[in-house]
Design a protein around this ligand. Structure first.
Ligand SMILES: Cc1cc2nc3c(=O)[nH]c(=O)nc-3n(C[C@H](O)[C@H](O)[C@H](O)COP(=O)(O)OP(=O)(O)OC[C@H]3O[C@@H](n4cnc5c(N)ncnc54)[C@H](O)[C@@H]3O)c2cc1C
Length: 402
């Protein structure tokens, strides 16, 4: 295992820093600083994506022929670290981070040629249709049906918690094409045009009031057979592959450490860095550094051709729990200033229905304005991408043999 960065990798870091200094505008940085959810809005995500696409850096893990980079795992990690350090807004994870890899790993050449450029250009904006009302943790229990009819499948059923479904024109979706065998068999991975007749999208509001998630209903929706990715009835393989990367492909450590630096700075500026709060910050910092060390170790293994495997579950648990803890420290720091509801001074991840767009001046320091919404939104971190209880189950079975 080798954890130190080489001279070339440090030169690459300097190149990334220089790019970010020149291209990450003050507006984008300010937007990201005021974010209350883990998602940027579509216009911001696409603005930043266009800049990255121009540079050839929007989809580092994709093959070069489709607009990816030839970066090593270490370079990809450095890129992530520098993006976090600079405070760049996140891109939408569903296109480049999820549908793209599914297409690259399991799509035909024609499917890759058609969809991958459209993900980069933003022509297609994606949502993920996995969860159903009775199939979340137990995803293989999904029942949304797809029945053959000539060159099409006719889809009926519903999906829930679908992030960005109200803005997406495409969904990558798991449907049931056969119910005769084991639950995991008979699932097919298919791409659905959200503008098709029979698709209805209803909002689900977050605790913070933001509209980011949705319930989606399908009534006799016709989907061309050409939209199946991989083999019919073998969609579970694609789904599992994606989930592993959704949980473990990200680098939590650098982002947590950047947030901790910011908390420490705010505490110092506000005269609130007393011994007790300093101890809490240091403890959280030690835990974030431990997580970062584990991520570097995983990165080293990935560079040797490994996959995230069980470690993805460990990273997901530690990353989301530490993130939630930081939102608690943020609340503690803000004190009473966490109370006023003033989304017009923040960058919500989606519209806040029912809020009248007040033009009242900011109450309290700018650093306090996002903390309540962040605290509420971050509760979801231990639920989505497979709940932390499920991750503990995976670890106890796979790692401890229980
Ligand atoms: C903000 C947000 C965004 C999301 N975005 C998307 C999206 O874009 N697309 C999508 O498809 N889905 C999305 N989801 C859905 C998410 O993947 C599911 O919520 C998650 O898998 C949990 O499923 P569930 O909600 O049905 O809860 P359930 O599976 O009903 O679980 C309820 C509780 O029981 C626990 N539990 C369940 N089974 C076990 C077990 N075997 N052992 C121990 N504990 C267990 C769970 O941990 C949880 O605490 C999103 C969810 C949230 C909150």
């Amino acid at each position: 295992m080798k954890l130190a960065f080489t001279r070339d990798e440090e030169a690459f870091r300097a190149e990334v820093r220089d790019f970010l200094d020149r291209n990450l505008s003050a507006d984008l940085r300010a937007y990201a600083r005021r974010m209350t959810s883990v998602y940027s809005t579509k216009p911001v995500a696409m603005e930043w994506q266009r800049i990255l696409v121009k540079q050839g850096w929007a989809a580092p893990s994709w093959p070069v022929e489709y607009g990816g980079t030839n970066w090593s795992v270490a370079q990809r990690y450095i890129f992530d670290v520098e993006m976090a350090r600079a405070g760049a807004p996140p891109l939408s994870p569903m296109g480049i981070g999820m549908c793209g890899p599914a297409l690259i790993g399991h799509g035909s050449k024609a499917q890759k040629d058609h969809y991958l450029p459209r993900i980069l250009s933003g022509e297609d904006f994606w949502c993920q249709g996995y969860s159903e009302p009775h199939a979340g943790s137990d995803l293989a229990a999904l029942t949304m049906s797809a029945v053959e009819d000539g060159d099409h499948y006719v889809c009926n059923g519903s999906k829930i918690w679908t992030t960005h479904a109200h803005e997406a024109n495409m969904m990558f979706c798991l449907v049931r094409t056969d119910s005769s065998g084991k639950q995991q068999q008979g699932i097919t991975f298919i791409l659905i045009d959200m503008t098709s007749p029979g698709v209805r999208v209803d909002p689900i509001l977050m605790l913070s009031g933001e509209h980011i998630q949705n319930a989606v209903f399908f009534t006799d929706v016709r989907v061309p057979k050409a939209n199946v990715i991989g083999k019919v009835n073998e969609g579970w393989t694609v789904a599992k592959y994606l989930l592993e990367f959704e949980r473990g492909g990200s680098s939590y450590g650098p982002r947590l450490l950047a947030r901790l630096r910011s908390l420490r700075q705010i505490a110092a500026e506000e005269g609130l860095l007393d011994a007790d709060f300093a101890r809490k910050l240091s403890q959280a910092e030690a835990e974030a550094q431990t997580l970062e060390a584990a991520e570097l170790q995983m990165m080293s293994e990935l560079a040797g051709g490994g996959t995230p495997g069980l470690k993805a579950s460990m990273m997901k648990i530690r990353g989301t729990e530490l993130s939630q803890h930081l939102t608690e420290l943020g609340l503690e720091l803000a004190g009473a200033y966490a109370a006023p509801f003033q989304p017009h001074h923040t960058s919500p991840g989606g519209p806040v229905p029912g809020f009248d767009g007040a033009n009242t001046p900011l109450v309290g320091p700018e650093s306090a304005v996002t903390v309540s919404a962040k605290y509420l939104n971050d509760r979801a971190g231990s639920i989505y991408a497979g709940s932390n209880e499920i991750q503990r189950g995976i670890l106890s079975k796979g790692q401890l043999g229980l």
